[in-house]
Design a binder for this molecule. Structure first.
Ligand SMILES: NC(=O)c1ccc[n+]([C@@H]2O[C@H](COP(=O)([O-])OP(=O)(O)OC[C@H]3O[C@@H](n4cnc5c(N)ncnc54)[C@H](O)[C@@H]3O)[C@@H](O)[C@H]2O)c1
Length: 210
């Protein structure tokens, strides 16, 4: 018996790092996992591995900044596996440390759209599906330690991750009566491709040194 037997879980950004590890853990605990990422090949190989080892998994190629694609993702999960119980809004990107007065609006919008607006799309369409099936559900937003403190050189990322906590609180209040819990996690730095080049800078920020 796994803790998530019979549950259906979507993990965005499942092609790498935290999302990939999260998808694996849900599968190990019995869930049917929909592994979603903008990079098709990464989730196809992950879903194939999860299918082989645990049974039910599906890869979906999605750009989480595209609302129609997120709508299709939530509908596909429910159609394929008969229900949707959990969405993990994990997909995200980092930011180059460009001086703020030289930062382009396009870069700002890309980081905000990928790290924050995507979570709004995810909450909106997961809530729609969860309400229609009249079952409780959980939406997990992956914020960051940078949702709680500032970080020199990452204004858009920091703003997006702070915004994600506000979005989580407001959506949690609105969706609670429907039995949908909206929660956030704020990891410290985790050694994934996202922090390549920053390891030396961020390691001393961790009291345990890891
Ligand atoms: N690594 C850290 O130190 C750290 C700390 C706190 C929070 N986080 C957050 O955790 C989440 C995962 O980060 P990670 O470290 O595993 O990064 P990662 O770069 O290893 O993985 C991110 C994944 O998201 C996917 N992705 C990017 N843009 C996308 C889009 N538009 N549509 C769909 N998929 C997209 C990428 O292809 C990649 O597979 C992110 O939201 C990140 O901000 C990371």
């Amino acid at each position: 018996m796994g803790r998530f037997d019979n549950r259906v879980v979507i993990v965005t950004g499942a092609g790498s790092g935290i999302g990939s590890a999260t998808a694996r853990m849900f599968a190990q605990e019995g869930a049917a996992v929909v592994a979603a990422d903008i990079r098709a090949e990464t989730v196809q190989s992950l879903a194939a591995e999860l299918q082989r080892e645990y049974g039910r998994a599906l890869a979906v190629t999605v750009d989480v900044t595209d609302e129609d694609a997120v709508r299709a993702l939530t509908d596909r999960a429910a159609a394929e596996f008969g229900r949707l119980d959990i969405l993990v809004n994990n997909a995200g990107i980092g930011e180059q440390p460009v001086p703020i007065e030289e930062r382009s609006a396009a870069d700002w919008n890309r980081v905000i759209n990928t790290n924050l607006t995507s979570a709004f799309y995810g909450i909106k369409h997961a809530a729609r599906v969860m309400k229609s099936q009249k079952r409780p559900g959980v939406i997990v937003n992956v914020s960051s330690i940078l949702g709680l403190v500032g970080f020199n050189g990452a204004p858009a990322y920091t703003a997006a991750k702070h915004g994600m906590l506000g979005l989580t609180k407001a959506a949690a209040l609105e969706l609670a009566p429907a039995g949908i819990r909206v929660v956030a996690i704020s990891p410290a730095f985790i050694k994934t491709p996202l922090i390549t080049g920053y390891e030396e800078a961020v390691l001393p920020l961790h009291p345990l040194g890891r």
